[in-house]
Design a protein. Sequence first.
Length: 213
Amino acid sequence: MSEGTDINSNITLKGSSSLIISFFECCLNSILFLRGLYSEADFKPTTKYGVKVYLSDNPDLSEYTNRMMSQLKIWLEENIVSKFVIVISSADTLEVVERWQFDIETNGENGLPMVENVPPADAEKIRKRSTVQIQTVLRQILHSVSYLPSLEDDEYTFKILAYTERDIQVPEAWEDCGPSMIEGGGEHVRLKPVFTLVHSIEPFVAYKLRKPF
């Protein structure tokens, strides 16, 4: 079954969480590829949601991102995560130059929609709408290189942040840290939102303005 073709991917918490994680993985890999944090040889082209994307073919990178995404999926299914953030910073000074943030909200009464109240035809419409919205965001990320400052002047690194409820047990692979904001706030560009019946995702990218020569 191809991605997003199961109507449960939009109308149940577990199904929607799987869809959103797949979407986040595409976004993360596309950003790392397009922003040049790894070489082109570390990625392989594929088609996801009808859009050409580049996924990691680097074992170390894949192991790290898979581990992060697996935990994020658990938090989504437990309904305790509110933001997924990709932070790009200078490897030398650690100055944050780019910040991709995906705000996460859960819809419905008491945090969850009533699945039994959704007719199959409506669930299918929601699934198709979500797929089109994901396609749009992936294309917006692809086109972001037209306005984002070049990252060719330095070595850069990235990290993944997740905003969760305060009283959770933090896994060993994660650690508490600050928000890693861009000094002065930077410029902000909002991307199109993505909606399932369960989740609303509001993405944007913030980037540091370069000083004129």
